[in-house]
Design a protein around this ligand. Structure first.
Ligand code: AMP
Length: 285
């Protein structure tokens, strides 16, 4: 496995690969790897000839300095995991390699970034789009793999790829979960044993919302009920709990047949910000 830290070394490496006409898959990550990341890597290995993984904790997508400072960094064990998975190349640039100058340009995703994550983390999607865009230019993948766990991020990146005609296919991989339903996340490491046990309520809330929506219950009624009956008794405050229509990411109050939706949640448990979502298909209602 090649471990490359500079853009120029990647360029050199790519020169040889491109002459061999092999399909390159990219899995962008911020490290602290878990099974969710490994699922993306396994999909890349299935669908492409060569798999690149990037590990870079991107400072410009954090709107909260404490969250950035506390983000887990486990590079040496990450590299061991990646070597065992048979990854071909890992790109682990320094901050100064990625951002030798402060970035001036900004992405604006309009209404798509005024809700949910965009609303509660101002500037987050601009930071994501800048780093993913740079990684796409540097690593030139044919397919890039992203997790459904960050569903609004997928929507924003797909939009960027469409709007700017990147010659890259975006593949979305379903959320990997712990046995009790909690979505795997690097942030879960920061929870105490009690916090970790509490955190499984988020997926239970999402599943309950989905069941009730498909039974024809009104969204606002469901939302108030799960907040009062499932979250408040555990003293958990959700930052948001919304039903969104997937193509526009607009919050809605009702399902319409034949459209995909998602219920999305963000909540703090022991100061750790967790997000999750569940997709709702209405083809059959
Ligand atoms: P991160 O390192 O948190 O930036 O995540 C890197 C990629 O892994 C993103 O595309 C995430 O959506 C994806 N990912 C994170 N957690 C999971 C999970 N539990 N299941 C599937 N993909 C995930």
């Amino acid at each position: 496995m090649e471990i490359l830290k500079t853009i120029s070394s990647v360029k050199q490496h790519l020169r040889t690969l491109k002459t061999q006409n092999r399909a390159v898959g990219l899995v962008p990550t911020m490290g602290a790897l878990h099974q969710g990341h490994l699922e993306l890597i396994r999909q890349s290995k299935k669908q492409t000839d060569i798999t690149f993984v990037s590990i870079f904790v991107n400072p410009i997508q954090f709107n909260n300095p404490e969250d950035l400072q506390k983000y887990p960094r486990t590079l040496s064990s990450d590299l061991e995991i990646l070597a065992n998975e048979g990854v071909d190349m890992v790109f682990t640039p320094s901050e100064s390699e990625m951002y030798p100058h402060a970035v001036m340009m900004e992405f604006d995703f309009g209404s798509m970034e005024q809700v949910l994550e965009g609303r509660f983390r101002p500037g987050h999607f601009n930071g994501v789009a800048i780093v993913v865009s740079k990684l796409f230019h540097i690593l030139q993948p044919d397919i890039s793999f992203f997790g459904q766990k960050d569903i609004q991020q997928v929507a924003v990146i797909q939009r960027m790829v469409n709007d700017l005609s990147y010659p890259i296919k975006i593949e979305v991989v379903p959320t990997m979960r712990e046995a009790d339903g909690l979505a795997m996340s690097s942030r879960n490491q920061r929870l105490s044993k009690e916090g970790r046990a509490l955190a499984s309520i988020l997926y239970k809330v999402l599943s309950k919302c989905k069941d009730e929506l498909l039974r024809g219950e009104q969204w606002l009624h469901i939302k108030n009920k799960v907040i009062q009956e499932m979250l408040e008794p555990l003293d958990i405050k959700s930052e948001y709990l919304e039903l969104v229509e997937l193509s526009s990411f607009s919050p809605v109050n009702n399902l319409t047949p034949e459209k995909p939706y998602a219920v999305c949640i963000a909540a703090h448990i022991e100061e750790v910000r967790l997000i999750d979502n569940i997709i709702i298909r209405t083809d059959h209602i």
